[in-house]
Design a protein around this ligand. Structure first.
Ligand SMILES: *Cc1c(COP(=O)(O)O)cnc(C)c1O
Length: 396
């Protein structure tokens, strides 16, 4: 047999972490890495946050799982906190980002179909989006590399150009149910949508009674210095998918909706065995307690601004390597002149600095939100050494 026990769907590298200490990962052979990837925007409190660990330990000792057939004081508490801090009136808890987007898609369809309008089932989505790896969420993305081998796709998605309002408008028709968009594309290369685009989608949704569905799985949960990225645009969605950071490392996601948008999600329409279990709720509540306050959010904004201005200065030293810095808060991307992946590998293997490669030649810088000047200094030591010792591989 040559297949590995772990299904070989990931190009796993030689780093094999066994322990986390604040903003560092330590691997099997004791090597220490500075973690500016955070499990891809997940570990927003770092790796050994006392409050999060305690909350999970205590809840594990008390009650780990019960069915959603019972009342949930733990779920009510976290849902209320999310409702108090966002546009939403109601919350469905999931175990992952893709499930949160899946619920968001179902909620948008049900909004129309619950009232007997079965013709409105189509969501307009956007080029180079990433919404997850289930059949519905790969169908929602135009990225063919994710479709290959899995046809037929789920019907009901049309792909417009990202950040191009006219392109979205051109796809609207009698079947349109709404728009599904990442306000800041993550996998696509840390590409923030413009103010006009987001406001334009909101206006179109209002004019035509459509659902504006935001995928904030990566850009949400304080990553950009606001609890959710939509706040930067001065608009509110009808439905929003959140995950990644919300559990601080514990698997948790949620679909948030207004009362109006959730009108189709009545008893029996949706469910999840694990979704909203007490252990996940304890983790989510500990994370929300830590991040959903002005002190924490302004720390993210100020730290993000310092990191960004130093990055902008830094890339000026290597005009042949780097093009620009973009993003918001501590969701930053360095757009490179060529593919970012070889540079990401070089930083990882030769300088023990973890970042993440993304589309559009972009290197993602996604540190834990609790970094301070010590971690920023260490980051620039490693990045400078990495850039100085880097040779761009020959294009093949
Ligand atoms: C990661 C991600 C998802 C999928 O989340 P999973 O937890 O991997 O299912 C969906 N949308 C966006 C924007 C993401 O970054």
């Amino acid at each position: 047999m040559s297949i590995t026990p772990l299904m070989p769907v990931y190009p796993r590298c030689g780093v094999r972490p066994v322990r986390g200490e604040h903003c560092h990962l330590i691997d099997e052979d004791g090597t220490r890495y500075l973690d500016f990837a955070s499990g891809i925007a997940v570990n927003l409190l770092g790796h050994s946050h006392e409050g999060l660990i305690k909350a999970i330990q205590q809840q594990a000792e008390t009650l780990m799982h019960v069915s959603n057939l019972y009342g949930s004081p733990q779920g009510e508490r976290l849902a209320q906190t999310l409702v108090d801090n966002t546009f939403a009136d109601t919350v469905f808890f999931t175990n992952s980002g893709a499930e949160a987007v899946e619920c968001a898609i179902k909620t948008a369809r049900a909004y129309h179909q619950h009232q007997g309008d079965a013709t409105r089932f189509e969501l307009i989505t956007f080029g180079n989006a990433f919404h997850g790896r289930t059949m519905a969420t790969i169908s929602a993305s135009n990225q063919e590399k994710m479709h290959h081998g899995f046809s037929p796709l789920l019907a009901g998605f049309k792909y417009a150009e990202f950040d191009n309002l006219e392109s979205a408008k051109a796809l609207m028709g009698p079947h349109t149910a709404g728009f599904l968009v990442e306000p800041i594309q993550g996998e696509g290369g840390i590409r923030p949508a413009s103010q006009e685009f987001m406001q334009g989608l909101r206006d179109l949704a209002d004019e035509h009674d459509l659902m504006l569905v935001l995928d904030e799985v990566q850009c949400g949960m304080a990553r950009t210095g606001k609890l959710y990225a939509y706040e930067h645009y001065g608009i509110e969605p009808d439905i929003l998918a959140t995950a990644k950071g919300i559990g601080g490392g514990f698997p948790l996601g949620a679909c948030l909706a207004t009362e109006k948008a959730a009108r189709g999600m009545v008893v029996g329409t949706h469910g999840s065995t694990y979704g909203g279990n007490p252990l996940a709720m304890a983790a989510g509540s500990a994370v929300m307690d830590a991040v959903a306050n002005e002190e924490f959010l302004s720390h993210v904004r100020e730290t993000g601004a310092r990191l960004r201005s130093r990055l902008e200065q830094f890339i000026g030293n290597y005009p042949d390597l780097f093009e620009l810095v973009r993003g918001e808060g501590l969701m930053l991307g360095i757009k490179m002149k060529a593919e970012s992946r070889p540079f990401y590998v070089h930083l990882r293997d030769n300088h023990q600095l973890l970042t993440v490669a993304a589309g559009d030649n972009t290197l993602r810088v996604l540190p834990p939100l609790v970094i301070g000047d010590a971690e920023i200094d260490e980051f620039f030591e490693k990045l400078s050494a990495g850039a100085a010792s880097y040779t761009v591989p020959d294009a093949t």
